[in-house]
Design a protein around this ligand. Structure first.
Ligand code: NAP
Length: 309
């Protein structure tokens, strides 16, 4: 019997309990899945960083913590978490992000907001270029960024991706390093942020990097709020350096109702809905990782504690 502790917000149990049970059965795993195992009897923890479980010390026989979120910045520095930590890579999460990013890239490219804001009886033609003349840059071409890059490239946009290590993604111009970042920014008429939040990525979009972008560029941030220096972005919007920004993630969530982003005419706030882990597909990923661990195989999607993601 494998004891699995479900440690997420209690309201998630109704959707995850049946999905995990089904996935464990399909993987032929004999699992006792509960929210209230005695810590010393737990073999695996299915985990969300906003759960009440923050001290992993009593979980003495736990073989791995399996995160339900793609982002791990809230947990990666937890000194009591000494067992392997896997993050979530899930078909539903990736597909959701592809749809959200593609939708907003097209919205900004076609300047759909311009027409929505001008239903005023004036016959004002505003013709966008073709996608091939609108370079898109994606900072972070991991699981989510590379899937978005390929979807956007499939619509005809020239796509540049930037990552920490050199990469190859079919149909995408891949850059890395400081020089690569400057080049990626200089062509970015639409910039998508899909980096994890680490010491190396915080405030990556600041006054200097915003100034390197073509005038009138668009920003789309479904990564993490602190990737952006908010004061610098607001200034760049006011100066016309940035035409519009669509922001899904923020330093403080929920975004306070008096935050200037809510009232700024060039900013669209969405409430951290770009992509959610889907219980049915995520449960299969969790079951697969437990199965691997029980067979002595390497877990998938292990977090590199030094890199922070
Ligand atoms: P991932 O597979 O780990 O990819 C991260 C990418 O960022 C990789 O390409 C990585 O480079 C690059 N990177 C990391 N640090 C860097 C640095 N210092 N300089 C340059 N590139 C760097 O992560 P993912 O699954 O695609 O997820 C990305 C992020 O999306 C998550 O961390 C989370 O914050 C966010 N997210 C948001 C939502 C939402 O609903 N808004 C949902 C899910 C995820 P290498 O390829 O060289 O490692």
């Amino acid at each position: 019997m494998i004891n699995v502790q479900f440690a997420a917000r209690p309201e998630r149990w109704d959707s995850y309990g049946p999905a995990l049970t089904k996935a464990f059965e399909a993987a032929d795993l004999t699992v006792d899945l509960r929210q209230d195992h005695a810590p010393e009897e737990v073999d695996y923890i299915v985990y969300a960083p906003n759960s009440d479980l923050q001290d992993f010390t009593p979980y003495t026989r736990c073989k791995a913590v399996l995160n339900l979120w793609a982002g791990v910045e809230a947990i990666v520095g937890n000194k009591t978490l000494t067992m392997p930590l896997a993050r979530m890579v899930d078909f539903g999460l990736t597909q959701g992000m592809v749809e959200w990013v593609t939708g907003h890239v097209l919205r900004h490219h076609l300047d759909i907001d311009y027409n929505l804001e001008r239903q005023n009886g004036v016959w004002d033609k505003h013709l966008p270029p073709l996608s091939r003349d609108r370079p898109v840059t994606i900072l972070g071409i991991g699981e989510l960024g590379s899937a978005c890059a390929q979807a956007v490239a499939g619509l005809g946009f020239p796509v540049t991706g930037w990552s920490r290590s050199p990469k190859e993604v079919a149909g995408i111009t891949c850059l890395s390093g400081e020089k690569g970042l400057r080049q990626a920014l200089e062509t970015a008429q639409i910039l998508v942020l899909l980096l994890p939040l680490t010491k190396g990525t915080e405030n990556i979009l600041n006054a200097d990097s915003l100034a390197r972008m073509p005038k009138g560029a668009y920003i789309i941030n479904p990564g993490r709020g602190p990737l952006i220096d908010d004061t610098a972005l607001l200034a760049a919007l006011d100066q016309g350096q940035i035409a519009r920004a669509t922001l899904d993630v923020f330093r403080e969530e929920p975004l306070p109702s008096d935050h200037p982003y809510w009232s700024h005419p060039q900013v669209t706030v969405t409430p951290h809905i770009a992509a959610e882990t889907r219980p049915d597909t995520a449960a299969e990923v969790i079951a697969d990782n437990i199965d691997r661990s029980e067979r002595g195989a390497r877990l998938r999607y292990l977090v590199d504690r030094n890199a922070g993601y």
